[in-house]
Design a protein. Structure first.
Length: 361
């Protein structure tokens, strides 16, 4: 996607000009990937504010061939210390920006020495600011990641993988394998499978706990495709649901619908949280919804924006976010329903398509 990367670098240069820096040294590997497409484990990028032709990519000799394939449109520098070599290149500049949120004190001192007379200027979060709004290439990768997760869960259920006698770990491993079968490079994060009373723990890690008839089973998982993460939670039940299980699931489903309806361009991030939280509070379970409503997803599983009571800012068209209210009853069980969606001008575009009805298996 050289054209997409070039457009992203142009948007980045606009931010650099706004901050009156001559160039910026990008050292965070995810931000390097976002701006030029390189996926290796050692790289840096020097982006000049006024001249794309002076943008330089640097990596070490291990990645010379890979860099030629993934970064064909930029000058490539092969150096053992990529960031230092680029800082030396920037020594003739007046002001050199750097990603202060990703650079240690010792690394900052080394860059300062390498840059010589150039003034190092902190420019934290600029690439992340751009990453919050996805372009159509990114949204396509997210769609494919969500599709791999949808298909994997469908296969798991249809194949009888969710049944009494199996352990949480066994189910998590099978689900991750099925995502690979549907084109994922791996899971987005460690898959959560929480059965019975464990489902009341929001971020329970799978154990050897054995599923039993009557258990709620909360599954929070995602697929990684082309570097982009999907995120989905569904809560199922083994056998006929008890009345309290239906009640809690229906409540969370209504809250999730209210939160999803509030995801639209121009709305404050707190509005979506408030819409979902209000439904749960009105039902008397406010203290059992113990986390924010959702978060951004993309090259990281958790990124801007934060849809929470403390979140700030407004949603913009193209942001990819999760909506994931939950109600957790300690010692009994819990329900969370989560979708990944893209903010649009009116209704959000839903990317995770698995049914949100209470499925009894």
């Amino acid at each position: 996607m050289p054209e997409s990367h070039a457009r992203r670098r142009e948007a980045f240069r606009e931010l650099l000009r706004d901050r009156q820096v001559d160039a910026a040294l990008v050292t965070d590997l995810l931000n390097v990937r976002y701006l030029c497409g390189f996926t290796g484990s050692h790289a840096a990028l020097l982006v000049h504010a006024d001249d794309e032709s002076r943008t330089v990519f640097a990596t070490d000799g291990r990645y010379a061939t890979q860099a030629g394939e993934q970064v064909p449109d930029l000058e490539r520098l092969i150096e053992r210390s990529a960031s230092r070599a680029l800082a030396e290149r920037a020594a003739e500049l007046a002001r050199l920006g750097f990603e202060s949120q990703h650079v240690t004190v010792d690394a900052c001192d080394a860059l300062d020495e390498a840059a010589g007379p150039a003034e190092l200027v902190r420019t934290p979060g600029l690439v992340e600011q751009l990453r919050a709004v996805k372009d159509e290439d990114e949204i396509d990768a997210l769609r494919r990641a969500c599709d791999a997760a949808d298909r994997a869960l469908a296969d798991l259920v249809e194949g009888g993988g969710l049944r009494p006698g199996r352990t949480e770990r066994e189910i998590a491993r099978e689900l991750e394998t099925r995502m690979l079968d549907h084109g994922a490079a791996g899971p987005s994060f460690e898959t959560i499978v929480a059965a019975g009373a464990n489902s009341a723990v929001p971020h329970h890690r799978p154990t050897g706990a054995v599923l039993a008839a009557g258990d709620l089973v909360k599954i929070d998982f995602g697929a990684l495709v082309d570097g982009y993460h999907s995120d989905m939670t569904r809560t199922l039940v083994l056998g006929e649901p008890a009345p309290w299980q239906r009640e809690i699931h229906d409540l969370v489903r209504r809250a999730q619908a209210a939160g999803s309806d509030a995801v639209r361009a121009g709305a404050e991030v707190r509005e979506a949280d408030a819409a979902a939280r209000g439904v749960i509070e009105e039902a008397g379970y406010g203290e059992n919804f113990v986390h924010g409503l959702g978060h951004g997803v993309g090259l990281e599983i958790h990124e801007a924006p934060a849809l929470s009571q403390r979140g700030t800012g407004r949603m913009a068209s193209g942001m990819a976010v999760t909506v994931e209210p939950g109600v957790y009853l300690p010692g009994r069980g819990g329900v969370r329903i989560e979708d990944t969606m893209v903010v649009r001008q009116s209704a959000a575009e839903l990317l995770t398509l698995t049914t949100k009805e209470l499925v009894a298996v």
